[in-house]
Design a protein around this ligand. Structure first.
Ligand SMILES: NC(=O)c1ccc[n+]([C@@H]2O[C@H](COP(=O)([O-])OP(=O)(O)OC[C@H]3O[C@@H](n4cnc5c(N)ncnc54)[C@H](O)[C@@H]3O)[C@@H](O)[C@H]2O)c1
Length: 309
C-alpha cells in the first residue's frame, strides 16, 4: 500500500518507516527536519523536505498519491507549548488540518494519527488510565493532540476518512532524542556513557509507563489493516518510577554512579500509566518487550553510536 509518513525522519516515525518498507509497503516521508535527522531517513522511501503547514503539501499528495497517511510530525515539547502556544498550534493544529484537508481532496482512505496518552487525560484520578476516562489536557500540546482527535472524528463523519488514533505512553528506544516525552531514558544513557551523573528531580517517585519503540511500531503496522474510527492507548500498563528507571539504565551499562538530586520540576505529573487492553481487542496488539530488555537494546544502540564518533 502507498503510505505517506509525516515526521518520518524523527525517532518514532523513522522506525515506523523502516517497518512499513520491510512489510512491503511503498513509503514516502514528509519532514521539515526541525528535529528529525537525515541519517534516520530510509533511502528506500521517497523524501519530501517540507513543513506540514506548507501550502505546497498538495503537490506531495498529487505526486505520491497515498492511500494511507501515518502522522508522526509534531512539535513535541510540552514546555515549549506552554511558552509559545501559537508555535505549537501552527504545527500541531494548523499543520495537521492542512494534512487532513489534503487527505480529503486526494481521497486518502485512512489516517493513523499519533496522540498522547501521557497528556490527553491530564492528571487521572485512577490508574491505569483507560480510553473511557475524561479528556482534560493541561497543556497547549495536550489540547492540540486532543483537537486532532476531534478533527479526525469530523472528517470521518463528513467524508468517510477512516482513522485510528494511537495514544502513546512514554516511548523509548533507538534513535530517541532527549526532548520528547520519554526523553529521560536517552538523557540517562548518554550522561552515563560520558561518565557524568545525571540529575533526578524531586524524590524520583514520579511514575510513567515506558513502552519500547519496537512495540509501538508493531501497533502502527497493525493499524494499517485493523481499527476503524477509534482511539487506543498504546502502553504497557506497568508503572515505573524514575529511581527504578535509573537503576535499570545503570545495570544495562554496568556503570554505578549516584545520580545528582535536583528540585522538583514545576508541572510534572506525579503519575501516569495506561490501560492498553482495548488495543489488544481492536488491533490484537500487546507489548512484547519488557523494560529491562528494551533499555538493554537502547543502551547498546547509544554505546555503538558513541563508539563511532
Ligand atoms: N516520544 C514519546 O514518548 C511520545 C509520546 C507520545 C506521543 N508522541 C508523539 O509521537 C510523534 C513522534 O515523536 P518523536 O518522539 O518521534 O519526536 P521527533 O521530534 O523525533 O519526531 C518528530 C518529527 O516531526 C518532524 N516535524 C516537526 N514539525 C514538523 C513540521 N511542522 N513539518 C514537518 N515535519 C515536522 C521533525 O523534524 C521530526 O522528524 C509526535 O507526534 C509526538 O507528539 C511521542
Amino acid at each position: 500500500m502507498k503510505i505517506l509518513v509525516t515526521g518520518g525522519a524523527g525517532f518514532i516515525g523513522s522506525n515506523v518507516v523502516d517497518a512499513y518498507l520491510d512489510a512491503g509497503h511503498e513509503v514516502a516521508v514528509v519532514d521539515n527536519l526541525s528535529s528529525g535527522k537525515k541519517e534516520n531517513l530510509n533511502p528506500r522511501a521517497k523524501f519530501y523536505q517540507m513543513d506540514i503547514a506548507d501550502s505546497r503539501l498538495s503537490d506531495v499528495f498529487a505526486d505520491f498519491k497515498p492511500r494511507l497517511v501515518n502522522h508522526h510530525a509534531a512539535q513535541i515539547s510540552v514546555p515549549l507549548s506552554v511558552d509559545d502556544p501559537l508555535a505549537d498550534a501552527h504545527t500541531n493544529v494548523v499543520g495537521f488540518l492542512n494534512l487532513l484537508t489534503n487527505c480529503r481532496q486526494h481521497k486518502v482512505e485512512k489516517v493513523v494519527y499519533v496522540s498522547s496518552g501521557g497528556v490527553v487525560y491530564g492528571e487521572p484520578k485512577q490508574f491505569p488510565a483507560s480510553e473511557t476516562f475524561p479528556l482534560q489536557p493541561a497543556s497547549p500540546y495536550g489540547i492540540a493532540k486532543y483537537a486532532g482527535e476531534l478533527y479526525l472524528k469530523f472528517f470521518a463523519a463528513q467524508c468517510g476518512i477512516k482513522y485510528v488514533a494511537l495514544r502513546y505512553s512514554n516511548v523509548y528506544g533507538p534513535r530517541q532524542i532527549p526532548h520528547g516525552e520519554a526523553g529521560v531514558v536517552s538523557i540517562f544513557i548518554q550522561a552515563l556513557l560520558a561518565f557524568k551523573a545525571p540529575t533526578i528531580f524531586g524524590d524520583g517517585k514520579c511514575v510513567r509507563d515506558y513502552v519500547f519503540v519496537g512495540d509501538v511500531v508493531e501497533a502502527n503496522l497493525k493499524a494499517v489493516e485493523k481499527g476503524e474510527n477509534v482511539a487506543l492507548n498504546i502502553g504497557t500498563g506497568r508503572p515505573t518510577d524514575v529511581n527504578e528507571l535509573y537503576q535499570l539504565v545503570c545495570e544495562a551499562l554496568h556503570i554505578e554512579l549516584k545520580a545528582l538530586a535536583g528540585p522538583p520540576r514545576r508541572g510534572d505529573l506525579r503519575a501516569n500509566y495506561l490501560d492498553a487492553s482495548l488495543a489488544g481487542e481492536v488491533l490484537g496488539w500487546r507489548p512484547q518487550v519488557n523494560l529491562a530488555e528494551g533499555i538493554g537494546i537502547t543502551a547498546q544502540y547509544f554505546k555503538q553510536l558513541a563508539e563511532k564518533k
